[in-house]
Each structure stands twice: as structure tokens, then as C-alpha cells.
Design a protein around this ligand. Structure first.
Ligand SMILES: Cc1cc2nc3c(=O)[nH]c(=O)nc-3n(C[C@H](O)[C@H](O)[C@H](O)COP(=O)(O)O)c2cc1C
Length: 223
């Protein structure tokens, strides 16, 4: 399926069916995890059939139900780990969507004690992604418009317009969408508006959407 279609179809889903994920779907996702880890140096993993990761009062309070599978995003601490986890985590989210699964990024409402056991010494757990067959496909939510986030003047080339559309459809923590998109020396550049709650993870997610839809590499934050 066209990546833009996948991006349009994805919405956060917090309630899942009990059906286990089929072996061939697991194989395809595990392959994608391997690729992501190789490229990024992160230690991303998937736990299948483990309801304990979301078996906490906080998770239920957060409206999560039947989360039996999840992706955990972790790696050695460095300045860019959060952004990198966002970028590769979202690559996995869109792969999962293409494979017929649903997802939801989770910053806080999982069972920390349980999931931290999976993380190596000296590594940081950035976030978790709930995974499975949703009870629904989720729903559209409010979004900023291109005029709210584009800071470059003048007409937008098609690839830029596509990138912006995809960036606005990206999940961000509490739907905060605290980013701006412009160009530097003809290359797309995305910046966050102030450092706050999961903004660096959001930045990585938004960059992945922009790149996947536009086919253009976004400049690194310090370029
Ligand atoms: C880094 C990050 C952390 C998030 N943490 C939570 C969370 O703890 N609980 C929750 O219910 N949703 C969480 N979300 C999901 C967002 O609320 C959701 O992505 C946003 O409202 C946009 O909706 P959409 O994903 O359907 O486009 C998180 C999203 C991101 C990107």
C-alpha cells in the first residue's frame, strides 16, 4: 500500500482484541526491528503475548485494554536518543499498520517495573508502543493546519506539501504538534518549539513521516 495511504489510515488505538498476532506477521515485524536496530544502534524489542506490560492501574486509567503486545524503545543514552527512538519507533508503527495491526505510542501509562526489566544496563527506556488488532481502527482527531506549521514563504513544491501533510498526521504526545517546518539551503528542516514533554520523541516521529511521504531527507537538527 502507498505510504501516504498508510499514514492517513493510522490513528492511535488503545483497546485491542484478544487475537494473538500471527507467526508470519511477527516475522515481518521482527525483521523490521532488526533493520532499525542495525541502522540506529538502538535496542528496540517487541514483547508478544505479555499482558503484564500494561497490567497496571495507570494503564487502565489511561483507557488501555487488552494490550498483550508492545514495542519497547531503548538504547544507550546520548543527546539524540529520544529523537532517534521517535524516528525508528514510527517506522515500526507504519510497518505494523501495513501489516494490518494497530498501535498507540505510550509515554507513561505502562507498567514501568515490568518493562524496565527488559532494558540493558546503562540503557534508557524512551517510550513504548502498544500493538495488536484494534477493537476499532481509531478515529481522526483535530490537527493544526499547514499555515500553522510552515515557516517558509512562497509556494510549496509538491514533495514539500506531501511532507507537511504527513507531518500533520503524525502522532505527537497529547497531540501537541509543537513543530515548525521550513527549508534551509533548499533542504527541508523541522524544529521543535521549546523543549517539553516528549518533544524530542515527537520530532523524530514527525521527521519520519515527512521523509517517508516526500522522499527527501530532513536536515539533522544541528546542520
Ligand atoms: C511520545 C508519545 C507519547 C504518548 N503517550 C501517550 C500516553 O501515555 N497515553 C495515551 O493514551 N496516549 C499517548 N500518546 C498518543 C497521543 O495522545 C496521540 O498520538 C495523539 O493524541 C494524536 O492522535 P493520533 O495518534 O490518533 O493521531 C502518545 C503519543 C506520543 C507520540
Amino acid at each position: 500500500m502507498d505510504i501516504m495511504e498508510t499514514i492517513r489510515q493510522r490513528h492511535s488505538v488503545r483497546q485491542y482484541r484478544e487475537d494473538p498476532i500471527e507467526p508470519e506477521i511477527r516475522t515481518a515485524l521482527d525483521l523490521c526491528v532488526e533493520e532499525c536496530n542495525e541502522e540506529s544502534g538502538l535496542s528496540i524489542g517487541i514483547m508478544y503475548d505479555d499482558p503484564e506490560g500494561f497490567d497496571s492501574r495507570l494503564a487502565h486509567y489511561g483507557k488501555f485494554r487488552n494490550v498483550n503486545n508492545y514495542i519497547y524503545l531503548a538504547g544507550r543514552k546520548d543527546e539524540e536518543i529520544d529523537e532517534r527512538c521517535g524516528y525508528y519507533g514510527e517506522k515500526l508503527v507504519l510497518r505494523a499498520q501495513q501489516l494490518g495491526l494497530n498501535t498507540c505510542w505510550v509515554g507513561l501509562t505502562f507498567r514501568k517495573k515490568r518493562i524496565k526489566q527488559l532494558i540493558g544496563p546503562g540503557e534508557r527506556l524512551c517510550a513504548v508502543i502498544a500493538l495488536g488488532y484494534g477493537q476499532t481502527q481509531g478515529k481522526e482527531r483535530k490537527s493544526k493546519s499547514p499555515e500553522d506549521v510552515v515557516v517558509t514563504e512562497g509556494s510549496m513544491p509538491d514533495w514539500f506539501r506531501r511532507g507537511v501533510e504527513a507531518a500533520l498526521l503524525a502522532p505527537t504526545a497529547m497531540n501537541q504538534q509543537k513543530f515548525v517546518i521550513g527549508t534551509k539551503r533548499g533542504n527541508p528542516a523541522i524544529d521543535i518549539l521549546g523543549h517539553g514533554f516528549f518533544t524530542e520523541v515527537d520530532l523524530g516521529i514527525v521527521k519520519y513521516h515527512f521523509e517517508a511521504a516526500s522522499g527527501k531527507k530532513v536536515l539533522k537538527s544541528r546542520e
